[in-house]
Write a protein that binds this ligand. Structure first.
Ligand code: ASP
Length: 335
């Protein structure tokens, strides 16, 4: 039987964190990609794995350039013959990395992201099981052509909709509204939805800012637009506002949105964690109808952090004028 080769790139996170104190203390990233692989029983039966350590960071310390370097590494691994790629990282920003990778992943080979909620020294550590699931997912022919996937707790999610929805549970990931697209059961990877994905953004078109700046501003009760008004249009490549409910803000915040949207794309998203921005339901000052009239763009089903990364990626490719952003958000913010 031909054994498939899977490349594993480790970025750090709880899956790679240990404590110096044997009795257990605060953990920090210490483990290489190779030691993660060595800790997984049965992995050698699933695939021939080659592990590399790409970074050793807690995931709040990752940034877009680090993820773009991981993307380049993953592309090189597939060009070098890997049947699939797995990236391990911290769970805190995993949904963002996976989404950014998916925007640019232009291979049919699966790129699967995973991590762990319990560190390797903890009782019931979930890293080995998640890594095994991710490798099985990466070699499964059923995973081909689906873009970037997140394998966690035996479930498989698409990068576009997955979100970390619990700060401590081992089942921390959900895809609100749409649900997981597959499961790994008795070593078999099974999908409930047909193969398909949106066309990736073209990296060859990169001609925009090297490291675009796209702030995310969360609104709150009584927001008078103070923070948004501090942003100067010339310093940013776009802005995302995490609004109430279906993407709403206060009347004074709506005025601030309008002032900024005159010069840079401003996208409003829902801070609820589930469901889309409205389109035509409400007409009061600060509603979706009002914000669109002021030049802002509704994120649709994209949550604030993913709308922000889409703007970042568009700015990277130099295609972030209002019309380009409107079109891209309409396409990627729709199921
Ligand atoms: N809690 C995190 C994790 O699960 C820490 C991190 O994101 O690096 O990996």
């Amino acid at each position: 039987m031909t054994r498939h080769h899977v490349a594993i790139g480790a970025l750090g996170g709880t899956i790679a964190m240990t404590s110096a104190e044997p009795s257990g203390g605060a953990v920090v990233p210490t483990l290489t990609g190779e030691s993660l692989v060595d800790a997984v029983p049965g992995l050698a039966d699933a695939a021939e794995v080659r592990a590399e350590t790409l970074a050793m960071l807690p995931s709040p310390s990752l940034d877009e350039p680090t993820i773009m370097r991981a993307l380049a590494w993953a592309r090189a691994a597939v060009d070098g013959g890997a049947a699939g790629v797995v990236i391990t990282q911290g769970t805190d920003t995993l949904e963002e990395s996976a989404f950014l990778l998916d925007l640019f992943w232009d291979h049919p080979e699966p790129l699967v992201v995973t991590g762990a909620m319990r560190s390797p020294q903890a009782a019931g550590a979930d890293g080995p099981a998640n890594l095994l699931t991710a490798v099985r997912c990466a070699v499964s022919p059923a995973s081909r052509g689906r873009g970037v996937l997140v394998a966690f707790d035996d479930e498989i999610h698409h990068a576009r909709w997955v979100a970390k929805t619990d700060s401590m549970s081992t089942s921390a990931f959900r895809s609100p509204v749409f649900g997981p697209i597959g499961r790994c059961v008795e070593a078999e990877v099974v999908y409930g939805v047909p193969v398909g994905r949106l066309a990736p953004l073209r990296l060859g078109n990169v001609r925009g800012a090297d490291d675009p700046r796209v702030p995310l501003v969360a609104t709150y009760l009584g927001d008078d637009g103070y923070l948004l008004d501090r942003l100067r249009a010339e310093d940013v490549d776009g802005v995302v506002v995490a609004g109430f409910g279906a993407g709403h803000v206060s009347p004074r915040m709506a005025e601030a949105v309008g002032r900024l949207a005159a010069d840079v794309p401003v996208v409003f998203a829902s801070r609820t964690g589930s469901g889309p921005t409205g389109r035509a339901m409400y007409g009061y000052p600060g509603s979706e109808v009002d914000l669109v009239a002021r030049g802002a763009i509704g994120a649709g089903w994209l949550p604030p952090v993913k709308a922000r990364l889409l703007l970042w990626a568009l700015a990277l490719t130099g295609a972030n004028d209002h019309d380009a952003v409107r079109a891209a958000v309409a396409e990627r913010g729709t199921p």
